[in-house]
Design a protein around this ligand. Structure first.
Ligand SMILES: [Zn+2]
Length: 198
């Protein structure tokens, strides 16, 4: 239940705050209180205090209230956002993805879904963000593993969704979760891909 919790500003000042005091411009403009933000930790510019990212270099502030901000980064089809995978597993996943996808995006991510959100919702958000402008996104596939809930969830492009039966995909995700629990992530992942992309 999302209650009426105190909606107080959750902005947490960054460590860099106060670290670099920019030499001010010659005449100080007192009309507006300038830049609530410290200078950007990446490029040093000061950006609009209401924005969540630096308009000069694209650096994004971490928002504790939004786990997808900034968006986790995908590398070779894999994003181990919560560091749940071994190096071997990441290598194995990338190889399986390179072999499976061809013209459509195939992705695997780990993510601990916050209590007020669903793994399916997170998977969908990641899928949409990662496939923006990508060829074959209609048939793409993202498999999400939530280690905290020990759950696997999938998000798929529109055309792939048409051919997936809900019952089948539920079984496939359950089997993959079991495979992961048994330490057989790569085998389970390959089996899941075979079934989902057939
Ligand atoms: Zn910047």
């Amino acid at each position: 239940m999302a209650g009426n919790e105190d909606k107080a500003d959750k902005h947490v000042p960054t460590k860099a705050e106060g670290a670099k005091e920019h030499a001010a411009t010659p005449e100080t403009d007192t009309l507006e209180e300038k830049a609530k933000h410290p200078p950007c930790p990446t490029c040093g510019e000061e950006w609009d205090g209401d924005a969540v990212f630096c308009s000069y270099c694209g650096y994004e502030e971490t928002d504790a209230a939004n786990p997808l901000h900034p968006m986790p980064v995908l590398d070779g089809g894999v994003c181990d956002a919560v560091k749940a995978l071994s190096a071997e597993e990441i290598t194995g996943l990338k190889a399986a993805i390179a072999g499976a996808g061809k013209s459509k995006p195939v992705m695997f991510a780990t993510f601990n879904t916050p209590d007020d959100q669903t793994p399916a919702g997170i998977a969908f958000s990641l899928y949409n963000d990662w496939t923006v402008g990508l060829k074959g996104a209609d048939e793409g596939l993202l498999i999400l593993y939530d280690p905290r809930r020990k759950r696997v969830e999938i998000a798929a492009g529109r055309n792939l969704r048409k051919s997936l039966k809900v019952k089948d995909s539920m079984e496939i995700t359950k089997e993959l979760a079991q495979a992961i629990a048994a330490g057989k992530l790569i085998e389970g992942f390959k089996t899941a891909l075979d079934k989902l992309l057939k």
